[in-house]
Write a protein that binds this ligand. Structure first.
Ligand SMILES: [Zn+2]
Length: 71
């Protein structure tokens, strides 16, 4: 399994992790404990950020692998 890290637009570090919304599965909770994902809670907000930077705590919206698929 490969870990996903995203480049933070704020600090430029590759310390961005995905934010997962909705009720977390057991696997997701494990990932959260390993700081591979941030649990955003059960309430899915419109235009909520889906990336979280572990370096500077910046949160942003990344269109890549978005929930709303355009294809
Ligand atoms: Zn950052």
């Amino acid at each position: 399994m490969r870990r996903k890290r995203f480049v933070c637009p704020e600090c430029g570090q590759k310390t961005g992790i995905p934010i997962a919304y909705g009720y977390p599965s057991r696997g997701l909770i494990k990932k959260a404990k390993r700081n591979e994902v941030l649990l955003g809670g059960c309430v899915v907000e419109i235009d909520a950020p889906n990336r979280h930077c572990q370096n500077c705590k910046h949160q942003w919206i990344d269109d890549e692998k978005s929930v709303r698929s355009t294809s």
